[in-house]
Design a protein around this ligand. Structure first.
Ligand code: NAD
Ligand code: UDP
Ligand code: UDP
Length: 337
């Protein structure tokens, strides 16, 4: 039989936002697990360099497309990650951010419904806003400003969750919603604007480390590999399990502590400077991951020192500074993370 006509028996998976930071790690892990992967991205914050090492794999396809427009593909599973995640980038065109979360979500749900496939949606801890309950369990409904500068993202993601659950109730669609807490690692864009990449790039270049406010606000940082593993475990759960499920590392740090760790690991002599705290910046954030532990047996394995060391080595190589005191032996992009 003509090999061209033979059907691929593995699962065909669509990853939207597949050329982004998390999406590229997910595409890589899905391919390693034997899946065929279609990576769809509009390359707003994603980069071809993130997926360059996957391009020669015959099981990998890249499609430049914006999910706010319909798309017709034949797949078994959809991971919907398309959406700028850094406040700087999601606030640049807030209307498009909202369209991505709402129109894009409707299109991806429509697609999953047409192919009778499963869909996992990447939601966020931002659905809890500036939380009054700490740590945050999935049962907390949040404390969100509907009209502020973060609202395009927070309310967009909240609407996307609503759509997932309405497609389930109305059309019996197999949906999974994951709420991601601050995740970092290799392949973040050097100009992403989020705190981990900002501090590392500043430290490696010997530039001032920009603390917004006094740095007493907290975040809990998860390493990309741990998170992506959780995505795939959640996708494998039976249809009765829809979430929402928190995924993140519950070890909480102040932003000042993070800056000090980056300085220590890089050996940089950069100074800390304080800049104005952006509006509505959450004061504290830490996931309650009891549900993930009990349902998936999932537990983050890479703690902050190790994850930062790996991420610093990645940026040191990317920027060619040679300033990082700590080196990891294997810096190939295909194995980064
Ligand atoms: P990222 O900015 O690196 O990746 C987002 C990707 O989506 C990029 O490749 C971008 O080009 C693409 N994209 C954006 N809008 C699109 C559109 N309309 N159509 C097609 N592609 C589009 O960010 P990331 O950290 O990899 O985040 C991935 C997903 O996870 C996002 O949905 C984000 O909201 C969610 N998330 C991430 C974190 C985190 O800490 N990394 C936390 C919470 C939620
Ligand atoms: N859609 C898509 N790809 C598909 C199927 C649907 O992009 O394979 C889009 C379609 O354009 C529609 C949206 O998803 O606007 C929602 O689809 P659904 O079937 O739920 O709604 P309807 O088409 O009935 O409005
Ligand atoms: N932050 C900072 N300096 C930076 C970038 C961010 O102090 O250069 C702070 C920001 O004000 C917030 C925290 O770090 O309190 C996390 O910011 P990030 O943009 O990474 O993600 P968020 O959790 O706010 O969406």
């Amino acid at each position: 039989m003509n090999r061209q006509l033979q059907r691929v028996d593995g699962t065909r998976v669509l990853v939207t936002g597949g050329a982004g930071f998390l999406g590229s790690h997910l595409c890589e892990k899905l391919l390693h697990a034997g899946n065929e992967v279609v990576c769809l991205d509009n390359f707003y914050t994603g980069r071809k360099a993130n997926i360059a090492h996957l391009m020669s794999d015959p099981m990998f396809t890249v499609m430049e497309h914006d999910i706010t427009n319909p798309v017709y593909l034949q797949v078994d599973e959809v991971y919907n990650l398309a959406c700028p995640a850094s406040p700087v980038h999601y606030q640049y065109d807030p209307v498009h951010t909202m369209k991505t979360s709402v129109l894009g979500m409707i299109n991806m749900l429509g697609l999953a419904k047409r192919v009778k496939g499963k869909i996992l949606h990447a939601s966020t801890s931002e659905v809890y806003g500036d939380p009054l309950v700490h740590p945050q369990p999935e049962s907390y409904w949040g404390h969100v400003n509907p009209t502020g500068i973060r609202s395009c993202y927070d309310e967009g993601k909240r609407s996307a969750e609503t759509l997932c659950f309405d497609y389930h109730r109305r059309h019996q669609l197999d949906v999974k919603v994951v709420r991601i807490f601050n995740t970092y690692g290799p392949r973040m864009h050097p100009e992403d604007g989020r705190v981990v990449s900002n501090f590392i790039v500043q430290a490696l270049k010997g530039e001032p480390i920009t603390l917004y406010g006094d740095g007493s606000q907290t975040r809990s940082f998860c390493y990309a590999d741990d998170l992506v593993e959780g995505f795939m475990q959640l996708m494998a759960t039976p249809p009765e399990f829809r979430g929402p499920m928190n995924l993140g590392n519950p070890n909480e740090f102040t932003i000042r502590e993070l800056a000090e760790k980056v300085l220590e690991i890089t050996g940089s002599s950069s100074k800390l400077i304080e800049e104005p705290l952006p509006a509505d910046d959450p004061r504290q954030r830490r996931p309650d991951i009891t549900l993930a532990r009990e349902t998936l047996g999932w537990e983050p394995r890479v703690q902050l020192d190790e994850g930062l060391t790996r991420t610093i080595a990645y940026f040191d190589q990317l920027l060619g500074t040679g300033n990082a005191r700590v080196k990891t032996p294997d810096l190939t992009l295909s194995k980064a993370g």
